[in-house]
Design a protein around this ligand. Sequence first.
Ligand SMILES: Cc1ncc(COP(=O)(O)O)c(C=O)c1O
Length: 362
Amino acid sequence: MFLEPKESILNLNAYKPNFGASNLKKLIRLSANENALGYTPRIDKELKIENINRYPPQHSAELIKTISKINNLDQNKLILGNGSDDLISVIAQTFLKPGDEAIYTEYGFLQFPQSITIAGGEKKIAKDINFHVSVDNILKLITDKTRLIFLANANNPTGTFISKNEIYRLINSIPENVLLVYDAAYAEYIRNDDYIDGSELVEKYNNVIMLRTFSKLHGLAGLRLGWGYSNSKIINYLMAVRGPFSVNSIAIEAGIIAMKDIDFQNYCYDFNIKSMKFMEIELKKLGINFINSSANFILMNLSEHKKYLAKDAVLFFKNNGVLVREMNVYNLPDYIRVSLGTEEENNYFLKLLKKFITQNDN
Ligand SMILES: Cc1ncc(COP(=O)(O)O)c(C=O)c1O
């Protein structure tokens, strides 16, 4: 008889990003919320590939020091991961046993349910209101079995964030033995007094972990590097569960260089704001409804043009060399999520969108 996995894995599907090949040679990837501007040019100049016959440090003191200095954080409260995805699953494995409940939000990041299931926990979904996380709906789901609340702020795929007041209302209303996993993957794109990246919560509360990534504004998705910030007791538990060498030497070196290049970060931030404004104006001109986003992607609703579903649009874009993401897993068949690209890519996307709409409206 063939060996079966544990029960929670039996019906689990692998996470499927839309990275497939296009019919054309040139592929514009607007499907994974990456940084179209690339990464700091300093990496190509300064990164040395050396000592890779040696294991990487388990806990790179230099990268930890750089992160803590630039973000004004306590070094003892930091953990590095093989992308924040890695830390999401380490957190689920550390705190969930079968029967324990973990809450995530209706249009939340897909790795949350995946990690809860793999760990053997019970998934509880808090309904969003108008594509915004509802603190009340999260609170309604809390029981004495709740262990974790996964919250992406800003959220993927909606691009919306909830305010500082709402976050404080949430953290002040949950029991101390429930950990808030505050995923701030897009924090670098948001400079708004009403937004918090979660670090101040970690200083004030023992039951919060903030997650960050080098995959978005820093442009290092291919290297897999993320970090978490929480009280040192939680960090120590997570370090025991995390693979001892899960962060590789090259990612560590690149991360140090990227974190220090504030000019490149500002350049990407400014570009994102400018591109987002441009896209919003152009989408309005085309009569496309979208959710106002604070991140580097936009969730668009194509249902105004009733004759087609988003999956036809995804195929049309793919055949023309552009990858965008359909939202069927969220039961949003009329929506596509489109990452912002370079100026040229955004213009090409809009040109195609216009063509698609015109074709379908006639
Ligand atoms: C909300 C959110 N968290 C985490 C991640 C994953 O980041 P990483 O590449 O660090 O695993 C993403 C990537 O799309 C995301 O949208």
